[in-house]
Design a protein around this ligand. Structure first.
Ligand SMILES: Nc1ncnc2c1ncn2[C@@H]1O[C@H](COP(=O)(O)OP(=O)(O)OP(=O)(O)O)[C@@H](O)[C@H]1O
Length: 475
């Protein structure tokens, strides 16, 4: 992690040692052997963290800590105390120190403590900046977020909006696919309506007539003629949400409509031209659906002229805070409760959590937090239990001291399983993260299925018959 650190110790050898340790961990480090010159330096230069010895002759580390924080309250001070001197540790916390480390120094612990402090300071200043600029967080078209990943999405929207190309928006549940579809429509300059239909929510028997309309008497309940949504969206955009759920029986009819740019209402021979932009969305891996014959390949190519991959919230960095502030404003103004900010600790929790339900889950969490908040600031206690309790689950391959020896095959198998679980069984994404092409991943999954004995009778196709099943075939 990068970060600017000032080391203060009147013992030159310790100073050099700490400087070297921190530099090895990629911090940018300045060192001073006198407290006075350290004070001068912090008055004119910015540091994330000042790491000071406690027992210095010219001025004690505790006094230095107080004076630094008096002049630069935004800086963080870590005090180095002698092992076992609990009293000094307590006094340094009273003097406002962020943390303390004990001598003799443990290089790893020192690195971790300093990293934590740097991260804390960054979050704190981000929250402060957001507080000040809360009112302009809301971006054009209601889309909040400025992470590089989202900027790429906005850029793509800008480039495709004015064309008639079909757009497939792909992303996990709650990532904002519908909002993106609306943004495409708004930026398209089309004056007609935005018509959304959730393909998973309409019963299969009704879907065709819902989309293409029906003639009077086409079926028992068809007392009158009905114009389908494709025609209703004329001059505008039709958004087919959860296209991956479209029944196989309806898919050829949709393909035909897209190819011909005409619809044929159920029970009618008439072919009616329509002029609607097609935007579809899915949280499924459509390539896998095609491979597993649940989605027609020709239809896939039709709808996937331009694909927008919407990143999950956990890959959008501090967007989570921008979004949290946006929802905070929204819900506190609705409830007239005047909850205006997030505590730094709450912001830390929000940033650390992995948000499987993405923006929708964050929105719900903030709504709940505003309802529960007792002060004008949201604290950790106001957040859902699972956000409070979340610990990042890291997969560590211990190279120096492996807990158990395993073959490279076994290691690969476990790692693939791990990555698949992480991306919810999405094989295209897993392959991308692992640096394989998709076929290589399928081959490996089939091979492990056989090795496990689970692939024998059932065969590899069956073992991989649904997203996520690949991981179970590996267990
Ligand atoms: N970038 C964003 N800025 C502001 N609000 C957002 C953003 N992304 C999503 N939201 C909000 O999060 C909620 C979920 O978004 P949306 O319904 O568009 O997600 P989705 O991906 O279509 O969900 P699903 O997969 O369940 O269909 C909505 O209330 C939406 O307004």
């Amino acid at each position: 992690m990068s970060g600017r650190i000032l080391v203060v110790d009147d013992d030159e050898a310790t100073c050099d040692l700490v400087e070297a340790l921190l530099k090895r961990q990629e911090f940018s480090v300045a060192a001073r052997t006198s407290a006075k010159s350290a004070l001068e330096l912090v008055s004119e230069d910015d540091f994330d963290v000042v790491l000071t010895d406690v027992g210095m002759s010219e001025m004690s580390g505790l006094e230095l800590c107080e004076r630094i924080l008096g002049a630069r309250p935004d800086m963080l001070v870590i005090v180095m105390t002698a092992l076992g001197s609990m009293e000094t540790a307590i006094s340094s916390m009273r003097a406002g120190a962020f943390d303390f480390v004990t001598k003799p120094l443990d290089a790893n612990l020192l690195g971790l403590t300093v990293s934590r402090a740097v991260q804390h300071r960054r979050l704190r200043s981000e929250v402060k900046r957001l507080r000040e600029a809360a009112h302009d967080v809301q971006q054009t078209k209601g889309l909040v977020g400025r992470s590089p990943a989202m900027k790429r999405v906005y850029d793509l929207i800008g480039r495709v909006a004015r064309s008639d190309a079909s757009v497939l928006v792909h992303g996990e549940t709650g990532t904002g696919k519908e909002l993106i579809a609306r943004a495409i429509h708004e930026a398209s300059g089309r004056s007609g309506p935005f018509v959304a239909v959730n393909c998973a929510a309409v019963p299969q028997a009704l879907l065709e007539s819902e989309l293409f309309g029906h003639a009077r008497g086409a079926f028992t309940d068809a007392k009158t003629q009905r114009t389908g949504l494709f025609l209703e969206a004329s001059g505008g955009t039709i958004f087919l949400d959860e296209i991956g759920e479209m029944p196989l029986e309806v898919q050829p009819k949709l393909l035909r409509a897209l190819q011909e740019r005409k619809v044929r209402p159920v029970g009618s021979n008439a072919e009616i031209p329509f002029d609607a932009r097609i935007v579809t969305a899915t949280n499924r891996d459509l390539e896998t659906e095609v491979y597993e014959k649940r989605f027609r390949e020709d239809l896939y190519y039709r709808v996937n002229v331009v694909k927008i991959d919407l990143p999950p919230l956990r890959e959008r960095g501090t967007d989570v805070l921008h979004l949290a502030m946006h929802f905070l404003e929204k819900f506190s103004s609705r409830s007239s409760k005047g909850v205006l900010s997030l505590s730094t600790a709450a912001a830390e929790k929000l940033t650390a959590y992995n948000w499987p339900g993405n923006v929708r889950e964050l929105e719900n969490s903030i709504e709940r937090a505003v309802a529960l908040a007792r002060f004008e600031q949201i604290t950790v206690e106001d957040l859902p239990e699972k956000v409070q309790a979340y610990r990042p689950d890291r997969f560590v391959v211990a190279v120096d001291e492996p807990a158990e020896i395993m073959t490279m095959d076994e290691l690969e198998k476990r790692y693939i399983k791990r990555v698949l679980a992480l991306v919810g069984g999405n094989k295209s994404r897993a392959a991308q993260m692992l640096g394989f092409d998709r076929r290589t991943l399928y081959r490996k999954l089939e091979r492990y299925g056989e090795q496990d004995g689970s692939g024998g009778d059932e065969g590899p196709d069956k073992a991989a018959s649904s997203p996520g099943s690949a991981s179970s075939s590996l267990s």
